[in-house]
Design a protein around this ligand. Sequence first.
Ligand code: PA5
Length: 419
Amino acid sequence: MQYLSLNTSYVDFYLKNKYTENNPQLIEAHESIQDKACRGADYLGWIEWVDASDTVLENISYHAIEVIKRNDILLVCGIGGSYLGARAIIEALGNMSKTQVIFLGYHISGKEYERVFELIKDKSVSACIISKSGTTMETAIAYRMVRKFLLSKYPEVELQGRIVTITDEKNGALRTETEKQGYVSYVLPSNIGGRYSVLTPVGLFPIAVAGIDIRALVAGAKKAQHDINSDMSHPAFIYAQRRVDLEKSWFVSELFITCEPSLYFIGEWWKQLMGESHGKEGTGLYPDTLSYTTDLHSLGQYVQEWRRLFFESMLWVDEEATSETIPSMSGLSDGLDVLAWRSLHEMNLIALESTAKAHNDGGCPSIMMHLAKLDAEHLGYLLQTMMYACALSGVMIGVNPFDQPGVEAYKSEMKARLK
Ligand code: PA5
């Protein structure tokens, strides 16, 4: 069975069969990525990383076991690409170890620091600080806050064994601080940018501490990359091409739809990946996420009847995650006796398919993405496919999908105000 498959019939109907297999622009984009000749080619390290990460996987797995033995809590501090991948996988599969991973520093909220520190004050705690540049404001604040909190619990000498950092091999303030304090540290390779780093130590260390099988995660990604390298009908190409075709028509926004609360952060990870990779030089689709059926009762109206500027990419997991069924109840007058003994999985799918049809009839086409199963291996497959599709479609619309110059503007403004 395929790990991931796409149904694009609604979109193809809209594009009036303009889509062509073996589109020369798609082939050119793929070749320029493979030959490292595209814009931003210095940041393509994530493609080969999945083949070269064995020793790192081994080290992280052993280290995670030690961290789990000694801690109730791992505080993970990072933002953007230094945070969302790990959160997405842990939320999707659940925190399976006895050590709870708590994310901090993806905000500047004193209230949230207070809440978390109060919650864990009597627990055994370690921390992982993640920043490639070492100068990101939110993470710099988080490091200071968390170090002070740890010092309120442990003698300074113990912090060497309680703080792990993940940063650039040589450059940046966090590398300098790591060496000064003697922290254990992992390297985010310089040729991998934050939002393409989920399968490097940036994502793998917190994910391993949460008790998730990181070898299976990377094996799934590796399989995806091998499938992509050998077959141009892989979903990465189909998805990239449709995104570009839809953008070239009149669509300005893509809504990524999930149907399980636990998959909400997969959508957030996707949004950051697409947003920072494509939203530049006046181009790119505006990426947003919706959770169905929840958001059918808020933005459903808007999707159905607003200006026809967006399409939907719907992620569905084929394998039933639950055998829950709806109990039969006699004497109810809501006219819904047809629900009796139906599984919630079936109901959720009926809701999604009905929504796709209604939205399509209303002028909002959708791509259906079927992930065969929700486990580490299949999620690894999905993430690598999404990253490759993002790179491909970015190259096709002519941007550098690996930089984020626009993010600097607010940072400079903030720094100026702090003088
Ligand atoms: O995708 C990216 O490159 C960004 O979102 C970064 O991950 C984010 O800005 C955090 O940067 P850093 O890891 O340098 O703290």
